[in-house]
Design a binder for this molecule. Structure first.
Ligand SMILES: *[C@@H]1O[C@H](CO)[C@@H](O)[C@H](O)[C@H]1NC(C)=O
Ligand SMILES: *[C@@H]1O[C@H](CO)[C@@H](O)[C@H](O)[C@H]1NC(C)=O
Ligand SMILES: *[C@@H]1O[C@H](CO)[C@@H](O)[C@H](O)[C@H]1NC(C)=O
Length: 353
């Protein structure tokens, strides 16, 4: 087993050494999204909150991360896919005039193992209806073949009845960023959102150059934030010698890095080129840090210490829940009714099992 791992590493090193100068440019004739720092600092808080495992506190937006710049958010659907250990929510942020959708990243006990696995993910699925566009089936199915997609689409439909002119903003961190991208693309393709905006934090690559090209035409309003030496945006690897075979990020990256010394350190937010693989952004450094993966804009991302997929739910919200045969739970409420009633119910104490 150990020997096999070393062999794999040796092969990788050879591939990197072979890497030359051939770059495949993603074509673009459309306007490029403007990077909005304020919006990024708000959306990262949604991407952080979706990791919380207490469904009651999330659903009522009273969790410890459900505060600060996201105050006043109203969840209308919380999806807890226990079978696949996935979580997502859809809600209304009136201060942004937006419907916000957030996806949780991996809850694996060891993020190290999850990251190591990503070296070997194959481009093994043709994105339906897009000739030559290849993606990784695991990321694709996490969104498309679980309770997540029907839950999200249904909630967006319901929210649009009341807030028809709101923008749809999709966000997520790590694998949640991969799911957010597939969701944004899906919403654009099925015409459920006219001006869908996607902003992800530390997401891995999810498809090849052909996929990136389709993606950036269909969801031009996408910002992919990367941070310092965060390893995840470097994975699965990109080999510029094999432009047709390799994974390829879509634009537009915004790379955060620190400059300065001692007490004079400040963060630069570099808006990268439209290739998706700007060599002067995160690719200019080695992706070797998991710590840099877990904090963006000073906001902690990632799960609580022991990543589990249990459901923590109070009887006070059980009335909003439906459970399918697989034990997956959807908490859903009518966006036109107020939450005040629920908040004053006596049953709403924190239930920890
Ligand atoms: C950036 O986003 C914030 C929050 O949505 C908004 O208030 C502000 O007007 C935006 N700035 C620009 C320049 O679009
Ligand atoms: C899709 O999900 C179903 C049920 O979870 C599973 O049986 C099936 O194998 C999945 N399909 C693929 C291609 O992964
Ligand atoms: C959406 O429409 C409502 C009423 O129809 C209006 O009050 C609100 O300002 C509109 N918002 C945007 C972003 O256009």
């Amino acid at each position: 087993m150990e020997r096999r791992r070393w062999l794999k590493v040796a092969i990788l090193i050879c591939l990197f050494a072979l890497s030359g100068s051939r770059e495949l440019k993603v074509r673009h004739k459309y306007h490029l999204p403007a990077y909005n720092h304020t919006l990024a600092t708000i959306l990262v808080e949604y991407a952080s909150a979706v990791y919380m495992s207490d469904s009651t506190e999330l659903f009522t937006w009273t969790c410890s991360r459900c505060d600060d710049l996201t105050k006043g958010f109203e969840i209308i659907e919380l999806i807890v896919d226990v079978q696949n250990c996935l979580q997502a929510f859809v809600g209304v942020a009136k201060d942004l005039n937006a419907i916000v959708i957030a996806f949780r990243g991996t809850q694996e006990r060891s993020i190290q193992n999850w990251v190591e696995d990503m070296y070997w993910k194959q481009l093994d699925l043709n994105y339906p209806g897009m000739p030559d566009a290849m993606v990784h089936h695991g990321f694709y199915y996490a969104y498309h073949n679980t309770t997540v997609r029907p839950g999200v689409i249904n909630a967006v439909k319901r929210a649009k009845k009341l807030y028809g002119n709101f923008t749809v903003m999709v966000t997520g961190h790590s694998m949640g960023g991969a799911m957010a991208s597939f969701c944004g693309l899906d919403l654009a393709l099925i015409n459920e959102a006219r001006d869908v905006q996607v902003m992800t934090f530390g997401q891995p690559r999810i498809g090849n150059a052909a996929f990136a090209s389709y993606y950036s035409q269909l969801v031009p309003n996408t910002i992919r934030v990367t941070n310092e030496h965060d390893i995840v945006p470097h994975l699965p690897p990109y080999y510029y010698y094999f432009p047709q075979k390799t994974y390829h990020h879509f634009p537009r990256e915004v790379w955060l890095y620190n400059i300065g010394l001692g007490s004079l350190v400040y963060t630069v937010e570099k808006v990268c080129d439209s290739s998706g693989e700007d060599p002067s952004c995160s690719r200019s450094v080695t992706g070797n840090s998991i710590i840099d993966h877990l904090v963006y804009y000073g906001v902690k991302l990632g799960g609580e210490p022991v990543g589990t997929c249990r459901i923590v739910m109070d009887p006070g919200v059980a009335g909003y829940a439906t459970e399918d045969l697989g034990g997956n739970i959807i908490l859903s409420r009518d966006p036109s009714t107020s939450f005040l009633k629920l908040n004053t119910e006596p049953g709403l104490q924190h239930a920890n099992n």
